[in-house]
Design a binder for this molecule. Structure first.
Ligand code: SF4
Length: 340
């Protein structure tokens, strides 16, 4: 299975089953391809609860970016001049003023003028809605070369400690996963074995991870001269304090909340006559021209087999809302919204 399809199946499984041994009512918000400037995880799980998601809801479906988070976390309960109640941002106040207006537009902050001053007060308390963040690296075909690169990346994840747990998900080829390849991985990293089953995908933990110190200090990569190689000797590292980690975790969780894992459709050609969604466990994209699951990279404007949906298919609501492609997007958006 190609990495893209594998990744979608791991996301769908995580949405239904995470955490694997949970009895405490944890809810999983699952997203793909998130992280920091220098490290992107394939699958990200934000562990939370339904009550915390309800408390997060008044802040809107979209993410709070770093400026909005700054305002949301520090806004007072009673009217105060914004420069007196918010901590020094460390950058020009005009950016904070702009964020204050955006927060008011989003409806979680109130503003009023007192002379030439802008006073603010919050409408809702920004909740501590993130219990844990789990990072999963997906590698369906784990061979010796892939294992070496992955081991480097996962070591870095463990050192930074942005996630509370780091996992490797790989497919079971034959009867089992080659133990020698797993031995190359850091012991802190958990291993998930993924295999197809009659009712979708079966995922089993075969090595439990260690919980990382996500609230303490770690290191972060400052620079990778060759643009992303996992060569640690070439990279520059820096101490990453608890506040940096806290902010990054919030930003990652906010992006996960906004995007979910079904946002793959945003970059694919759902308006192609060959595009469809299959498998109730996802659903997942399928190309009828190739007669197989296509990758997001293939399904683009450069695809030589692309053909627009015939106008006749768009008879209801055409040209804005009609057509199977738009219906597929609406279905995925409904499923994405249901997880919030
Ligand atoms: S033909 Fe190309 S653009 Fe159309 S669905 Fe298949 S991969 Fe996507």
């Amino acid at each position: 299975m190609k990495e893209f399809g594998f990744e979608l199946r791991v996301c769908a499984w995580a949405e239904r089953n995470w955490p694997p041994d949970d009895t405490s009512g944890t809810t999983a918000v699952v997203a793909r391809q998130l992280g920091t400037k220098h490290r992107r995880w394939d699958t990200v799980i934000v562990e939370t609860t339904d009550a915390d998601l309800t408390a997060r809801a008044p802040f809107g479906d979209g993410r709070l970016d770093s400026d909005l988070l700054f305002v949301a976390r520090n806004a007072p309960t009673s009217w105060t001049y914004y420069r007196e109640c918010l901590p020094d941002p460390g950058y020009p106040w005009r950016y904070v003023r702009e964020a204050v207006h955006r927060a008011a537009d989003r409806g979680f902050l109130e503003t009023r003028r007192a002379g030439n001053r802008i006073e603010i007060r919050r409408r809702y308390r920004y909740p501590a809605w993130i219990d844990r963040i789990i990072a999963i690296e997906n590698k369906p075909d784990l061979d010796a070369a892939a294992a070496r690169v992955l081991a480097e990346q996962l070591e870095h994840d463990v050192a930074v400690g942005l996630a509370d747990e780091v996992w490797l998900a790989t497919s079971t080829t034959g009867d089992r996963i080659e133990p020698a390849l797993l031995e190359a991985m850091p012991v802190e990293v958990g291993v998930l074995s993924v295999s197809p089953s009659s009712d979708g995908t079966t995922v089993e933990p075969i090595w439990q991870p260690r919980t990382l110190d996500s609230s303490g200090a770690g290191t972060r990569i400052l620079d990778r001269p060759d643009g992303g190689s996992a060569d640690r000797s070439a990279a520059r590292f820096e101490y990453a304090g608890p506040e940096w980690k806290h902010r990054k975790r919030l930003e990652i969780a906010e992006r996960a909340y906004e995007r979910g894992w079904r946002s793959y459709v945003d970059t694919m050609r759902s308006d192609c006559r060959w595009f469809e969604l299959r498998d109730p466990n996802g659903p997942f994209p399928w190309c009828r021209s190739k007669d197989r699951a296509q990758t997001a990279a293939e399904c683009s404007a450069r695809c030589p087999a692309f053909e627009p949906e015939p106008p006749g298919w768009r008879s209801r609501g055409w040209p804005i809302e009609g057509g199977p492609g738009k219906a597929a997007e609406r279905l995925l958006e409904r499923k994405r919204a249901r997880r919030r």
